[in-house]
Design a protein around this ligand. Structure first.
Ligand code: TXA
Ligand code: MG
Length: 338
């Protein structure tokens, strides 16, 4: 690997393959916004995970997201906005949507709503649907970037297709270095799980993906929410495909013991016996576990491969609050590869 080298001002260093790493200061944000406006790809941190951003109104910029990720085209993208006003200029607000946005934005919740007929967002971002997924991220740097860019930013998680979502700038570089113009270094993502995706297009709200905003919070505002079921709802949310979040090694769930040839993803006091252990939360705290989940899967995948281990054993995580989203991700990590 060639050495990183310092430049004055705009970029802290150029990664060996020329993906710029920008600091999250006024100069770095201005550079990121300028790159986005001219159609380049810029990854940036949000409260949930890093997003791979493009100007959502620029078709070829949006198309280049799919290329950089190696992502199947039929997956629609989330559009990010600086405030609720900008959101509802592009999608048709229902009463529930307004109430949720008023209570939970900025925050880790994505709403799927019908596009306004004059919506300027690329149709490619909707992947052929007449709906658009929208959210306002709760992250000061991301909000500043959105304001400075002056356009909605389409951004899937900034990983190669089928891999775990990145929660730190190094994860983004590991997978996308040389494939994107720049990454804005926003530090580690505090929530560490993707946003909750809620479909509000039909009479009954449908949870398409559990995530950073809990169902309990949402139901307290709009009443009962139906959980999506694979076959019936799959065409509406391709991200529900069972093996979507997969490390390289096989994953064994609800492990009450660990074999000598397995790495261990621990939650609470670890079961004895493994060399490679990643602790999600010593104290059994689900928020801490969520924030560390993807980093843990990545770390164990690398360490286990280096140590010649053959799999990752995962200790049970309770199904309450954020535990639902954690278990959802773990189930996908353990599903047979498609
Ligand atoms: O936290 C997050 O949501 C991150 C950050 C960067 O905002 N983004 C993210 O994007 O996780 P992505 O593309 O990895 O996941 C978006 C999910 C997918 O499951 C996709 O199928 C669903 O949202 N989705 C997007 N647009 C949709 C639409 N119009 N209808 C139904 N589902 C949609
Ligand atoms: Mg993703």
């Amino acid at each position: 690997m060639r050495p990183a080298f310092a430049t004055a001002g705009q970029c802290r260093y150029l990664h060996w393959s020329m993906t710029e790493v920008l600091q999250a200061d006024a100069v770095g944000i201005a550079r990121a916004a300028a790159l986005l406006r001219k159609g380049s790809l810029v990854a940036f941190g949000t409260e949930t995970v890093y997003g791979l951003g493009a100007d959502a109104t620029n078709d070829s910029a949006v198309a280049s997201i799919f290329a950089a990720k190696g992502r199947p085209r039929f997956n629609p993208l989330i559009c990010h906005y600086p405030d609720n006003y900008a959101v509802f200029a592009d999608v048709i607000a229902s009463k529930d949507a307004r109430r949720l946005a008023a209570a939970l934005y900025p925050g880790p919740l994505t709403l799927v709503l019908p596009r306004q007929c004059d919506c300027a967002v690329s149709l490619l971002a909707s992947a052929g649907l007449d709906t658009l997924a929208v959210r306002v991220p709760a992250h000061d740097v991301a909000l500043e970037l959105l304001r400075e860019t002056g356009r909605p930013i389409a951004a899937p998680s900034a990983n190669r297709s089928g891999k775990v979502s990145p929660t730190a700038v190094q994860h983004v570089l590991d997978e996308l270095s040389g494939r994107i113009q720049a990454v804005l270094d926003c530090g580690p993502c505090p929530v560490g799980l993707e946003s909750t995706v809620l479909d509000l297009c039909a009479a009954e709200p449908v949870l398409l993906r559990p995530g950073g905003a809990t169902v309990e919070e949402i139901e307290a505002i709009i009443g009962p929410v139906r959980r999506a079921h694979g076959v019936q709802d799959a065409p509406r949310s391709p991200g529900l495909s069972p093996s979507h979040y997969a490390p390289t090694l096989p994953v064994r769930l609800c492990a009450l013991d660990v074999q000598s040839n397995e790495a261990l993803l621990a939650f609470g006091p670890p079961v004895a016996g493994s060399g490679a252990v990643f602790q999600l939360s010593d104290a059994g705290d689900l928020t801490e576990a969520a924030a560390r989940l993807f980093a843990g899967l990545r770390r164990l995948d690398e360490e286990a491969a280096a140590l010649g281990l053959v799999g990752i054993a995962v200790m049970p995580v309770p199904y309450s609050g954020l535990g639902r989203a954690i278990n959802d991700r773990l189930r996908r990590a353990a599903a047979p590869r498609t």
